[in-house]
Design a protein around this ligand. Structure first.
Ligand code: FES
Length: 105
């Protein structure tokens, strides 16, 4: 099993909120989309835009890259529009004893 990293208490990241964390030299965005938690790499596959700074759409669980506007599906890491066409990494998220944890290889 991959190592788990504590992010924060679940109550500190309510629905509609996001936060940037650093885990093992990786910048990871953790998002609460309507009660479901997702974690994606905070680096756009197009030209390194910082995704956590982008607009978080809780209707379709996407985040829009602030640089050139590609939106990424938080569930899969796949871009849903150009110019990005390569997925970004996603990471499993779980909640144990009220603590959000992310699994990172
Ligand atoms: S850097 Fe993200 S769309 Fe260009």
């Amino acid at each position: 099993m991959s190592p788990l990293f504590d992010i924060c208490l679940l109550e500190e990241l309510p629905p509609g909120e996001k936060r940037l964390v650093e885990v093992d030299d990786l910048e990871i965005g953790v998002f609460n989309c309507n009660g479901t938690l997702f974690a994606i790499e905070d680096r756009c596959s197009h030209d390194d835009g910082e995704l956590v700074d982008g607009e978080f759409d809780t209707e379709d669980c996407t985040v829009e890259c602030p640089r050139h506007g590609s939106r990424f599906d938080l569930r899969t890491g796949n871009p849903v529009n150009l110019p990005a066409y390569v997925p970004v990494d996603t990471f499993p998220v779980l909640v144990q004893d009220g603590v959000i944890r992310v699994e990172v290889d």
